[in-house]
Design a protein around this ligand. Sequence first.
Ligand SMILES: Nc1ncnc2c1ncn2[C@@H]1O[C@H](COP(=O)(O)OP(=O)(O)OP(=O)(O)O)[C@@H](O)[C@H]1O
Ligand SMILES: [Mg+2]
Length: 213
Amino acid sequence: MKGLFVTFEGPDGAGKTSQLQLLATFIKQQGYDLVTTREPGGTKISDKIRSLLLDPNHQELKDQTEILLYAASRAQLVHELILPALEQGKIVLCDRFIDASVAYQAFGLQKSREMVELINKFASSDLTPNRTYLLNLSPEIGRIRLEQRRNKEFGNDLDRIEQKNIEYHQRVYNGFQQLAKEHLNRIRMVDANQSMEAISKVIQEDFLQLLSK
Ligand SMILES: Nc1ncnc2c1ncn2[C@@H]1O[C@H](COP(=O)(O)OP(=O)(O)OP(=O)(O)O)[C@@H](O)[C@H]1O
Ligand SMILES: [Mg+2]
């Protein structure tokens, strides 16, 4: 693979989208070819799956359906957009990836981690990020940030997953901690309690090192 695949993970409201945008601006300034995308979504078909998954009216959505829909959205994104971009030597930044399925669907929903990983291995043709930035923030503070964002952006109500209880979000958080412990070479845990600028600096420095390898 010629390109570089970088993902952003962490609990809801941790600052993934903000940090992805800051790194994207930095990379463009350096003159590199860049693709940014997000999950679930990122392609026409994946965005339709996203709306099925996040619609707060879909309370009857079963855990198994949720796991398969996330994987389906990812399969389309990987094969339609991410792999072709990497083949062309581009840098791809993605807001969430398979770690999120392990944290949210395996740990959060308490479903088989082995099964979630197997399904996603198939869905992604075993694509693994070169680097993952895990924005580490307690679910309680993440929730406060989401409430603040909602107040700023009128009509931005909490989605189906964000609405789940704090015990669920605590399990998700524990899932991310576990993943970070297991993938020390790939996952960089960043303290997301710092200012946006401070976090961005840490990520930029690490990214430059990654580029130089
Ligand atoms: N380091 C920070 N300190 C304080 N507030 C922040 C920080 N980073 C992001 N925020 C604010 O917190 C809110 C959530 O940030 P952002 O949307 O980037 O998080 P996210 O992880 O992408 O959330 P989601 O899980 O909903 O996609 C935004 O209003 C953003 O401006
Ligand atoms: Mg976001």
